[in-house]
Write a new protein. Structure first.
Length: 235
């Protein structure tokens, strides 16, 4: 069986096991009278596990204990453990040395009695998280790379904050200059208003003076015209 076929079978079996665990957690399953007789995908799981076991052993016989074979081995062990009390129905990859007679070893496996409601095991959901025996060197390199990326991100953030601060200072200086110009313009407007008020007052005084002396000016103008006529006729 090819590696792709083994991977597909492993994925299908894992889905069945997860569905089996999910159904076993339902209260209706524990309280049901036929809970013990419900196989919960067990025949298909046993068939897939048998195919997977044969494929892994055949791969190791041909190619040795490769990384792919080791991953499939680990997956097989985890899925077998997920069967709980039914794990004895699936053969392990490494069979222990027989300590009994051949006749006893050829006896068919008898399924264990179904667990009661009080002794029903609590299943742990399957997880793809890395195991605790990961390489410390790889974990250290990963952490160092993450820290370097965080430091680089913080440096860029600090530079951006510095540029924003510099721009804010420039804007503040420009606002101060505009404020000074507005104050000067306000002062000039006040001075212009004062000059216009002073000129208006002078014009008002001239207009009042001309209105008050209009009769005297008219008499003086008539006398001037009369003198000019006399001079003209005498000559």
């Amino acid at each position: 069986m090819s590696l792709a076929k083994l991977t597909s079978t492993s994925t299908q079996t894992l889905s069945l096991l997860l569905e089996r665990q999910r159904l076993q957690t339902f209260p209706a399953f524990s309280a049901s009278s036929d809970a013990a007789s419900d196989p919960l995908h067990l025949p298909q799981i046993r068939k897939n596990m048998g195919q997977l076991r044969a494929g892994i052993l055949d791969m190791e016989a041909k190619e040795g204990r490769t990384q792919s074979a080791q991953l499939l081995r680990n997956q097989y062990g985890r899925m077998r453990a997920m069967l709980g009390n039914d794990a004895g129905l699936v053969e392990p990859l490494d069979n222990p040395e027989p300590s009994t007679s051949r006749a006893e070893s050829e006896l068919p496996l008898i399924p264990p009695p179904p667990p009661s409601k009080d002794t029903e095991p609590i299943y742990t959901p399957y997880t793809d998280d890395p195991q605790g025996d990961a390489d410390p060197g790889i974990m250290l390199q990963t952490q160092r790379r993450l820290m370097d990326e965080q430091d680089e991100h913080l440096d860029r953030l600090s530079q951006s904050v510095g540029r924003q601060h510099h721009i804010s200072l420039q804007i503040n200086d420009e606002l101060d200059v505009h404020t000074g110009l507005l104050q000067e313009l306000d002062t000039d407007l006040d001075q212009t208003g004062n000059r216009l008020t002073s000129a208006r007052r002078r014009l008002d005084r001239v207009a009042r003076g001309a209105k008050e002396n209009s009769s005297a000016m008219a008499i003086g103008l008539l006398i001037l015209i009369l003198l000019l006529l006399i001079i003209i006729f005498k000559t």
